[in-house]
Design a protein around this ligand. Structure first.
Ligand code: PPE
Length: 315
């Protein structure tokens, strides 16, 4: 269950958690008209820091643009500052941050253009997405009977609320059949992504992940994994992943803000590799966790410190 924090940011000011409610006739409730983000703030030795804030805010504004939600009313710089301020006012250490922009209360009817755009940012504590044990042991997943969004139906590069009806079908089917997660194919039949994560396969020391044209979200963790892999001199390609490559891979893993880097130990009850976290997955996890826990220098500038920088005292 969600543990409330004190404040939620709404259109430029902080309101109480319990006051962050919407009218039942808000456009978003009926037609799924929202774009949102999921961001993690990590606890580091120098204080809490938000992971890849700039990239998340940029993706949210990109999503808004696709859905003609411009202007959302706030600049990227304002939204970035709002996220940091929110974590600060709630005195959070490690937390998950959820900015959302949606078509609010005004008119009912498919045409969204006459409804105001509301922007909220909330944060709360969120542990490991697929379970604490999953990070070391790996999870059991299935290939979903549901396809991911067709490219000319719902645009996959936008992180829109409506996309998650498809994600829910994938997730519920997986759970109903005893799996932790479902991986969906795109409408061309190639691997796309999980209900809330990107997918990677490793074979003979090479990493492969579906390209963005495979109806997958341009994951920010995906990008971090690609960057870290290149630094570790592990060959990576973004290219089509046929379903059966999941079965014969040496390693398969998921990436996402919530899931971080989660190994997969079986797909459709077929054991992947040795049936536990593989060495390349572990290497990438280590490199990733070393950055977010602050034990390695943040050389990519991925962490935004939450604490207001102390002004340098005049002598
Ligand atoms: N694909 C989908 C469909 C997706 O929802 C996510 C994030 C990703 C890939 C990975 O993207 P990124 O977080 O930028 O690396 N899913 C978010 C929502 C999870 C939820 O249950 O809500 C997340 O991980 O925050």
């Amino acid at each position: 269950m969600l543990t409330p924090t004190e404040k939620i940011w709404h259109n430029g000011r902080f309101i109480k958690w319990e006051d962050a409610t919407v009218h039942v006739l808000s456009h978003v409730l009926h037609y799924g008209s929202s774009v949102f983000e999921g961001i993690r703030c990590y606890s580091t030795p120098s204080g809490p820091a938000v992971f890849r804030l700039r990239e998340h805010v940029r993706r949210m504004l990109d999503s808004a643009k696709v859905y003609r939600m411009e202007p959302v009313g706030f600049t990227a710089a304002q939204l970035e500052e709002a996220v940091l301020e929110l974590v600060r006012v709630n005195r959070m250490n490690a937390c998950y941050v959820r900015p959302i922009a949606f078509r609010g209360y005004g008119e009912v009817g498919v045409n969204p253009l006459n409804n105001p755009i509301d922007v909220y940012i909330a944060c709360w504590e969120w542990g490991k997405y697929l379970g604490e044990e999953a990070m070391a042991q790996g999870v059991d997943v299935c290939v979903s009977s549901w396809n991911r969004l067709a490219p000319n139906t719902l645009p996959a590069l936008a992180k829109a609320g409506a996309n998650y009806m498809n994600s829910q079908l994938i997730k519920m089917e997986a759970i109903a059949n005893g799996y932790a997660e479902g991986i969906a194919l795109n409408t061309a039949g190639y691997v796309s992504e999980g209900s809330g994560e990107n997918v990677f396969v490793v074979r003979d020391g090479e990493i492969r992940t579906p390209p963005l044209g495979a109806s997958a979200l341009p994951g920010i963790t995906r990008d971090a994994v690609l960057t870290l892999a290149r630094e570790l001199a592990i060959p990576v390609t973004e290219s089509e992943v046929p379903r059966e490559m999941l079965y014969i891979a040496d390693e398969v893993f998921l990436s996402g803000t919530a899931a971080e880097i989660t190994p997969i130990r079986s797909v459709d009850r077929i054991t992947v590799g040795k049936g536990r976290r593989g060495p390349i997955t572990e290497k990438l996890q280590k490199a990733f966790f070393a950055i977010i826990d602050g034990s390695q220098p943040d050389k990519h500038g991925w962490l935004s410190p939450v604490e207001a920088r102390q002004p340098i005292a005049a002598k």
